[in-house]
Write a protein that binds this ligand. Structure first.
Ligand SMILES: Cc1cc2nc3c(=O)[nH]c(=O)nc-3n(C[C@H](O)[C@H](O)[C@H](O)COP(=O)(O)OP(=O)(O)OC[C@H]3O[C@@H](n4cnc5c(N)ncnc54)[C@H](O)[C@@H]3O)c2cc1C
Length: 461
């Protein structure tokens, strides 16, 4: 069994692929993100597991979800969890994202919730997401993570999507009592951002930009201050359950736990546990951050909005003007880990940036990275106990919208683990992540075909 070496980190593997690789590695270094480059030294942790350990609750994964679960287990239930992380603290998506907190959880819009579940469930789901944003704001206010609060603009990338956007905004206002607002192209350009593609936009009052790694490190420090142990370089490599006790085998020893919370998102290895096997489609998203922009460039791009922006493409762009004067933009990337470093994916992203902001043509990119987003088959997350006979719980499947909702998902998983019965009666808490079924061997072929179709639809006028 491979062991971590002293205090050195194993190199970051840009081609890591959760579908084909055995696991996320052992003690690997961070992806070269803007967040890691500017967050300062990561906070102290409890080091690798050394010897066998007994605990009430083990959480696997130290991203936002796992850390929030540890925070809320301690705060609301008096349980000091043991968090196991394969690599460094918050090594996965939680130090790689775009830092955009939005009033959503999975990929579905409110109108799609109604189609799927009917109006009553959709209204309760909206209340859950609104409560989640309150929790998120409350956590963020005590963490120095460069929060840029002020809303979110959902930007129509072509005129033909405006009627659907207007309909969604009316639904938000009339059915959910949520004060969204439709803006014309001129209003977007005058008051928010001179995105050349913008045909108009929907403004949502809830939206916040954050520094992804500073937020993760803030959660980490809070969890430890409440008594949680966070063990890095401690991948769970195998797992057996005997007499109701989970034996989680890591390179340094076995953790024996009465209950286990899985917070491994897009980095969940198929072999970790059969209850999560083939239930997520990890999808690559890439992101770049430019050098600090000049005043003339900022003026030309009309960057007045200091909060998250996304466009209406299915293969959407997410972007924002950062507190230090840089510009960040991300979108979808390669299908496989092996193809991720291929320059053509970066070229597609740069082309998207240029179409929106011609003044940024040729601008130097100081950071470029990618990570695996946890997309579920029905585009909504689950916080769930898949088998009542087993004290195993999971919280995952946010589909690229986990920055905000992972705080509440971790809290809900903590409530389930503690058996508090506080979680509302909603499908995301009462049903499992759908399984790939017979499509498992063909999922990447399917993804390739879907990307072509989405791209065709996104770009046709
Ligand atoms: C490029 C990119 C941009 C994104 N932008 C946004 C955005 O702007 N807004 C938004 O809302 N969302 C965004 N997301 C998604 C968001 O980052 C995630 O939803 C969120 O970070 C999920 O957090 P998590 O804690 O559930 O998982 P992660 O942060 O991925 O953490 C999972 C952890 O589990 C660990 N792990 C896995 N297996 C094991 C094991 N066997 N043993 C021990 N540890 C293990 C991994 O090492 C990893 O650290 C983006 C994602 C990417 C990749």
């Amino acid at each position: 069994m491979q062991k971590p070496v002293g205090s050195l980190f194993a190199p970051y593997d840009p081609q890591y692929d959760p579908v084909t690789d055995e696991g996320p590695g052992i003690n690997r270094d961070y992806a070269p993100t803007y967040w890691i480059g500017t967050a300062g030294t990561p906070p102290a942790d409890d080091g690798p597991i050394q010897g066998d350990v007994d605990c009430d609750v083990a959480i696997i994964g130290s991203g936002y979800t796992g850390l929030s679960a540890a925070i809320h287990l301690a705060r609301e239930h008096g349980i000091k969890a043991t968090v196991l992380e394969a690599n460094r603290v918050a090594w996965g998506c939680s130090t790689r994202n775009g830092g955009q907190a939005q009033i959503s959880s999975g990929r579905l819009k409110r109108s799609q919730w109604i189609e799927r579940w009917g109006i009553d469930v959709a209204r309760r789901m909206h209340a859950e997401i609104a409560e989640a944003f309150d929790l998120f704001r409350d956590l963020v206010k005590d963490i120095d993570c460069e929060a840029q609060d002020g809303g979110h603009l959902y930007i129509a990338h072509k005129p033909s999507v405006m009627p659907a956007l207007e309909k969604e905004s009316a639904l938000l206002n009339d059915t959910f009592g949520y004060a969204s607002r439709i803006l014309s192209r001129d209003e977007v350009h005058a008051d928010f951002v001179a995105d050349r593609e913008a045909a108009g936009a929907m403004y949502e009052p809830d939206g916040m930009g954050i520094h992804a790694a500073k937020l993760a490190f803030g959660y980490h420090k809070l969890a430890r201050s409440l008594g949680a142990k966070i063990h890095t370089a401690s991948p769970v490599q195998s797992w057996e359950t005997r007499g109701g006790v989970h034996h989680l085998h890591t390179p340094g020893g076995t953790v024996r736990a009465r209950a286990v919370g899985l917070a491994t998102a897009g980095y969940t290895s198929p072999d970790l546990n059969k209850l999560t096997r083939h239930r997520l489609m990890p999808i690559l998203s890439n992101s770049v951050v430019t050098r600090p922009l000049s005043d003339a460039e900022i003026e030309a791009c009309g960057f007045k909005a200091r909060f998250p922006l996304t466009d209406t493409r299915t293969l959407r762009h997410y972007y924002r003007f950062m507190p230090d004067g840089r510009f960040q933009i991300g979108s979808r990337s390669a299908i496989t880990g092996r193809d991720a470093p291929n320059a053509k994916h970066l070229d597609v992203l740069i082309d998207g940036m240029k179409r929106k902001f011609p003044a940024l043509d040729g601008v130097q990119l100081d950071y470029s990275w990618w990570g695996w987003v946890d997309v579920s088959h029905d585009m909504m997350p689950r916080i769930f106990q898949p088998d009542r006979e087993q004290s195993i719980f999971y919280a995952m499947g946010y589909g690229g919208n986990g920055v905000m909702y992972s705080a509440q998902a971790g809290r809900r998983m903590a409530q389930m683990i503690a058996g508090s019965g506080k979680e509302p009666d909603l499908p995301i808490f009462t049903s499992p992540l759908p399984h790939h079924g017979l499509l498992t061997p063909f999922r990447r072929l399917g993804q390739r075909m879907m990307y072509r179709w989405y791209q065709f639809n996104d770009e046709k006028r």
